[in-house]
Design a protein around this ligand. Sequence first.
Ligand code: PNW
Length: 586
Amino acid sequence: MAKLAASQNSTSPPPTTIIATPTPTVSLSGSGVANPTAFTTVLTLDVEGLWDLFVGPVSTAAVNTTVSATPIPTNELIPPPGLYYSSFPSGQQIPMASKNESWKFPAGFWWGVASAAYQVEGAAKAEGRGPSIWDVLLHRVTGYTVANQTGDVADNQYYLYKQDIARIAALGVKTYSFSISWSRVFPFGNGPVNELALAHYDDVINTCIEYGVEPSVTLYHWDLPLNLQNTYGGWLGPQIIDDFVAYAKVVFGRYGNKVSRWFTVNEPIVFCETYPVPDNYFTNTSIPKVQQPYWCGHHVLLAHANAYHLAKSMGINGTVSFKTNGGYKIPLTNSSEDAIAVQRAWDFNEGWFANPTFINGDYPQYLKEFVSGFLPEFTDDEKSMMNGTADIFAHDAYTSQFYMAPDSGISACTSNTSHPLYPTCANTTYSYTSADGGWNVGPAADPLSPWLHKATDWVTLFLHYIQDTWHPSGGIAVTEFGFAEPFEVLKTIKADILFDPIRSSYYRDYMEAILIAISEGVKVVGCLAWSILDNLEWSSGYQDKFGVQYVNFTTQERSYKASFFEYVNAFKVYGTDPVTPHYVSS
Ligand code: PNW
């Protein structure tokens, strides 16, 4: 069994019991065998057994003990020469550049960089971590990864976090937002607590504070403990609510008020849409595929709201929210059908989680029409328990898209369950109509992120829309935004990689859009660039790069990209609070 230290209340962790349904290998003959494929067996597995059965061998890094930080040399902190000049105002959307004298990030505006455990940590099996569904998806599921890459080693941040925190402190970054790996803390998702994992995150949080960087923590960034998927279908089962809250309780209890901002779950729209999980790798479920994302969402809402109330009852003084995601939805034309398509898209995306939390404890109209056919109605108690359970509107707002009715019309789609756009029944495009010139909304990101375009001209309007629709009393934070520089993976000269013009213009123009929104009265309270460094972009592996720092994955050396300086510069020029570098060598 892997080294697994027990918490105070459990001296020796019991092994988990999982039910597996393998095809029988014994050939049966004679009487009494009516249906051999219905046979089940109970396997008792420890953490190592879970790895062996469901994942197989994992790679390890050359460095596998915690490395101390060294001060960042001042010559690494010199910004690049100017990258580009504003174009003459000929575009279809012209940012209001004339207002810049009145731009200001207010005092207390928090800004920083973000990551997620499975994307950066590596150390897959270290110190008792149990497998998550992503270990299986990337190790075992044929066709799930574009380049057969896994998070086994990633950025090795499990051991290199001190230097990673020092490097952002040296640029004066205020906040580091990272996630905790649930299956490190609870290797089986529930049951025994792994003290080694808790001690690790103690040091990550304390190192942030020591270097003048505020920690922001996400409890769940997609890395579901495998055992929970296998025992009750993960987010498809109501049991997840209690297990998530029990996990939250341990983490809140341990790190309490050292963390300024808590996020319960990251982007439930995205992770609930990973259901149905691929056939034959996880325990089967009888829930129809089309319903699965919405059962997941239902349990997420209840798990989040319970965790929120728990945090408040424990006296946690940081903000508590979940992170949702999506772009501004631009009607392609001014037809009434396109207007309905846009509203359907809001209802099936942001509204799915934001309406129950910020408006009335219930789903928005178009979504409700669909899910009321199978989901239980929220009770009045559940509605009032959920309503008001986010201290800020935390939104991952990378891009924008045009929306329009399906070619067949909306009602032909809503009445046809096999329509490819069912149940949302809103079509999308990245391009203006040909009558409007047919241009893309903005330059495309790397082809491995086909959903992402630089659409920063729409960000101001989007922030207004969020404020006017969901009225978040604690304001709005853009908790992820960033850009995958096209074809960056093909560059071989480090100096070429570090000069990233489209990503830099993305950050420059995005900050401008936030400043305009603030100047127009939108309460934007913070923002987090994705990502602190190049990392595992899920099924795109290490080919699709979002880092504001380059990582050489052979040596694990990190280097600042030009875009990082562009981002930080916005706060030097427009910040009320000073940008104070820490941990720079003299
Ligand atoms: C976010 N979309 O995911 C995630 O939180 C990160 O883990 C991820 O690395 C990052 O964005 C970059 O992809 C998203 O289709 C995935 O709109 C897809 C979308 C948005 C965000």
